[in-house]
Design a protein around this ligand. Sequence first.
Ligand SMILES: [Zn+2]
Length: 81
Amino acid sequence: MALKVTCPNCGPRQYMEFWFGGELLPPTAPGADELAADFERVWLRTNRAGVQRERWFHHAGCRRWVETERDTLTNEFHGRE
Ligand SMILES: [Zn+2]
């Protein structure tokens, strides 16, 4: 079973056509320490067991970022793929 990512521009493609861009986190609240928030976003990943929002870059296709929801336990993509 090969992992497939569905690009909204190109359709379902093999994961090798994409670069993993990391998990998507909520934006920094107004007035928060942006430097600390950037550090946490880059270095302190949640590494959730279950569904998480992620970004993938379609380097071998349309060269655009794709937002997905993936179950990290089963590698199945959900929702807006
Ligand atoms: Zn694409």
